[in-house]
Design a protein around this ligand. Sequence first.
Ligand code: NAD
Ligand code: MN
Length: 493
Amino acid sequence: MTTQEQHDPVGWEYSPAPEQIKVHIEPKNKLFINGAFVSPKSRSWFSTINPSNEQKLADIACAGKADVNNAVLAAKKALPKWSKMCGSVRAKYLYRIARRIQERARELAILETMDGGKPIKESRDVDIPLAAQHFFYYAGWADKLEYAFPGRSISPVGVCAQIIPWNFPLLMAAWKLAPALACGNTCILKPAETTSLTALRLAEIIQEVGLPEGVVNIVTGAGDTGKILAEHKTVNKVAFTGSTEVGKLLMRSTAGSGKKLTLELGGKSANIIFADAAIDQAVEGIISGIYFNQGHVCCAGSRLFVEESIVSEVIQKLKHRLQSLRVGDPLDKNTDLGAINSKAQLKTVQQYIRTGVDEGAEFHEVHQDRLPSKGYWCNPCFFTEVQPSHTIAREEIFGPVLSVMTFRTPQEALTRANNSPYGLAAGIWTDKGSKIFEMAKQIDAGVVWCNTYNKFDAASPFGGFKESGFGREGGMQGLRPYIRLQNTSGRMK
Ligand code: NAD
Ligand code: MN
């Protein structure tokens, strides 16, 4: 074996191909309140780093009580005019935001990758285009709301507190803001503390398009800022995407307050491969199911169920395919898996891997010897000999770690897939349409992908059952959380 083949089991060699555009990052990033960038009254700042090299990128303002209060009051003040504005005029602002996201796409993709660690090919081809698509899509609804809810009188919910995670930062901001604005609400968005930069660029875009001041406010900070925001008494609605743990806290804190709440939480989704499936395509589906975005995907297909008769073939093909995945510099367009988002998340993932080994599952990993010495890295890996009672088969890992299990009959696949406190997504791979429909009907999951995985579209609703949360984002259904409906008796719902 030559040295090159030892380093690269498939014998491929790429030259580095990093993005060449330099993106300017302000050293200090202020809060966006009432149409202006303002220093935090809290006088507190925190730093955000690039998880692929641990270098500091910038300081970010940490919003305290007074700052959150100002943002909420700005949203409250902007509400009457914005909510009464003709829908077609609101739509024009949303179209403008969508177009500016497209125009600034390169810059946004690079920033997303630097701040969060995801590969540039994903931020460039998935996150940013989908974020623009959501604004385009909901712009289309803004003047047609009465057709979405025929025969009902509709009004916006009011001031919306929107709290988002770090795995799809700009996209999650778009999922939250676009439908809320289309329906005439005003918003306070809180990005996750490790990935605030693209939300703040969105604030710039919002200024550029001349959105009336106070309609969107962006407050940065960690969990404390989120808590203050969600508990503010002037807030009419809380929309949260993140962990089930924080989701439960928010349910408690909003109970009895009259606030509307939607939760998009974690998952432990089943990806089910039948013996009659196209195996090579299914293996690609495993890859996009769990290794996409380093497994930082709430709907990741983290539990793989393979029909027993084909399990050795699937595992052999999976191992082969894993050898050609490249882990490394997220800004390199050849990179398949970038950095884990934070040191804390890397620790969590590593702890789950140790637990998997300790509980007796068999660990498989393809070593990549090119990993940089700095940064938070995890090789794509999987476990076989996994029992349903194992921690790695039950709990969300949120990393590139797959648990492989087997089944003999469709009924067994169904029972095992549904044996989870979560119910976000599922994948089914089979040649038989009838099997797809039978399975899809009975799986407790908000999204079921058939002969594909992790496909998203603004027109298609997304959301969970059970501990994965409630409420839908995307599609016509995504309007409902941001609307109050009045029925003939005049009662609001
Ligand atoms: P997290 O719940 O800790 O944080 C999410 C957001 O909530 C962040 O902005 C954080 O600052 C804020 N937050 C933290 N504590 C808070 C509190 N007490 N009150 C209010 N806000 C608070 O989650 P995370 O670890 O950052 O993100 C990963 C989790 O998010 C995973 O469990 C994943 O499944 C889930 N997720 C779900 C979806 C979905 O659509 N269902 C999408 C992405 C991520
Ligand atoms: Mn960061």
